[in-house]
Design a protein. Structure first.
Length: 204
């Protein structure tokens, strides 16, 4: 029996799935019959990586440098801030004309660590993102509480999982189970009582 083969086109990770339609016909010289079928060629799964990273750090509200973002891109803002000793701190994120959603906040200790997300509905140029604390120092002449803002953009994502952990003393621990191979893990935190560099342990 003759066998017909074909080579599917090679797609890039950013391409849309491609549907190929075929009509199969059998003929013995007297009778013929045909049927149609379709084959969907899907692009390979791209390695997840941030398309770009912008950041701003300093006392009080902070605004990133201008940047561009593509249509459908996910923006993730990681924000941490010091705060007053007598009440919880919280942060608001805005900018680029987008609707921002707070998806995680940890502020039971002094200061706050937060994750915010937004999705761009179209290509945007020269946009900025601003993070502002709701609590400011009681002394109007004092510098604002220190704030760190980092915004990452992603061209496409599959699944994301957000976890929170807080601890007043010693170290904070959180257990993370990656959703799949190639997963990226990001973390944001603050320590109002100890200014020390943080190091990810070996084999992590």
């Amino acid at each position: 029996m003759p066998v017909t083969t074909f080579t599917a086109p090679t797609l890039a990770a950013t391409d849309s799935p491609l549907t190929l339609e075929f009509v199969l016909t059998a003929n013995n010289g007297e009778l013929s019959a045909g049927n149609s079928t379709a084959v969907v060629v899907r692009p390979p799964i791209a390695t997840l990586a941030a398309a770009q990273t912008v950041a701003a750090d300093g006392p009080g509200s902070q605004t990133t440098p201008p940047f561009a973002v593509g249509s459908g891109h996910l923006l993730v803002a990681f924000v941490s801030s010091d705060g007053p000793v007598d009440g919880p701190q919280s942060i608001g994120v805005s900018g680029a004309g987008l609707t921002w959603t707070n998806v995680q906040r940890s502020n039971q200790q002094q200061g706050s660590s937060e994750v915010w997300t937004a999705t761009s509905p179209s290509d945007l140029l020269d946009v900025t993102v601003t993070a502002a604390q709701t609590q400011t120092p009681a002394d109007p002449d004092a510098p604002g509480f220190y704030l760190s803002l980092t915004v990452l953009t992603f061209r496409r994502t599959r699944h994301r999982r957000l976890l929170g952990c807080q601890r007043r003393q010693r170290r904070a621990d959180v257990s993370v189970t990656p959703i799949s191979s190639g997963s990226l893990i990001y973390a944001v935190g603050n320590d109002a009582g100890l200014s020390a560099p943080r190091i990810v342990p070996d084999a992590r």
